[in-house]
Design a protein around this ligand. Structure first.
Ligand code: 5GP
Ligand code: MN
Length: 328
């Protein structure tokens, strides 16, 4: 079984009142790892608080424990330990962590992003793992917490969503082995896949129809633009990560991108950028340089400005990085 950061095990054993948080725009691995950590700590008899910046989206409300996630304004300031899950940098968790209120509380980071900034007092970062939930399989095992029931369901959700159901190039034998443990523990692969990957709203499908009819392709890079007006069609749920994953299936493309125009918290125009790369290409560094992060095959960032302003900046960077890998 894989190496666990010993100081993390020690911190878990010595602290009792623990706040767990995960990243903004949460995906299945964010929910799975947050709730999974909650179930692990609960099993150990700890007092656990789970918090997220965003409200729980529909497809994850049925995950066991999801209703216990609290909003930023309910977060207190007197925890013994704060655990960041699936977050590559401190700013990724939004307003649930507040520097001035939480200063002095030890921070443990559990994450699998290659772009992790090692911002904690304890950093357990494993870019060889396909999901933070995979790491929690090893952690639960080390802590002798049984991988069954609610815990197994949460952890399999993160592994399934981050690997697009075992299809991404980082799906190793170890990933399958971890998933096998969870399925043996009672997690239902078919139900999890159905809830997370196999369904989307009619609005999202109509939105995709609109933007797919106006696709752009240049120099091995395929991209789609989603304006704020178009986003309204989908009811503010664009599934932009899933759209980029679909775009990268284009035979002609090595890199895909989706640019979604939003209004940021200050009321200004901002664009969410979601990138995907074929095996052998890498979009992690370009996202990191733009202030975001992610994995070699899937990364993202959010930049201020209009669609036109942001694409003028980002597309040359994507084309450049595509050319570097194409010439290798
Ligand atoms: P998606 O395209 O599915 O939204 O995100 C793909 C990957 O990039 C995920 O692992 C996600 O955590 C990461 N990512 C997306 N946006 C950002 C961002 O703004 N900052 C950082 N650090 N990572 C991001
Ligand atoms: Mn993840």
């Amino acid at each position: 079984m894989s190496m666990i950061e010993p100081s993390l095990i020690q911190a878990i054993h010595t602290h009792n009142h623990i706040l767990c948080i995960s990243h903004v725009n949460p995906d299945g691995d964010a929910y799975g790892s947050l709730l999974g950590m909650g179930w692990i700590l609960h099993h150990l008899g700890k007092q656990v608080v789970l918090a997220m910046h965003d409200q729980t989206s529909k497809e994850f409300q049925l995950l066991p424990g999801a209703h216990q996630i609290i909003a930023p304004n309910a977060v207190a300031d007197h925890y013994d330990l704060i655990v960041f899950l699936d977050a590559s940098s401190r700013d990724r968790v939004g307003s649930v962590y507040q520097e001035n209120r939480h200063q002095g509380i030890p921070v443990a980071v559990i994450d699998h992003h290659v772009t992790n900034t090692y911002f904690g007092d304890i950093n357990w970062v494993r870019p060889d793992c396909a999901a933070t939930c995979q790491m929690l399989v090893y952690l639960a095992d080390a802590l002798q917490v049984p991988l069954t029931g609610a815990l197994a369901e949460c952890l399999l959700t993160g592994i399934v969503t981050d690997t697009l159901c075992f299809r991404t190039s980082n799906t190793t034998a170890e990933v399958l082995e971890a998933a096998m443990h969870l399925i043996r523990g009672g997690a239902d692969l078919a139900t999890i896949t159905q809830r997370t990957l196999n369904q989307r709203s009619l609005g999202v499908l109509k939105l995709w129809g609109m933007v797919l009819s106006e696709l752009h392709f240049e120099e091995g890079v395929i991209w789609a633009l989603i304006s704020r007006e178009q986003l309204k069609t989908a009811g503010d749920l664009s599934g932009d990560g899933q759209l980029s994953s679909m775009l990268i299936t284009a035979l002609e493309a090595d890199i895909s991108a989706t640019f979604t125009e939003k209004i940021d918290e200050k009321g200004l125009s901002a664009v969410e950028c979601s990138f995907r790369a074929k095996p052998g290409f890498n979009v992690a560094t370009v996202a990191l340089e733009l202030g975001g992060g992610g994995h070699p095959a899937a990364s993202g960032c959010t930049l201020p400005g209009t669609l036109a302003e942001v694409t003028t900046k980002v597309l040359p960077a994507l084309k450049q990085v595509r050319a570097i890998y194409a010439n290798q």
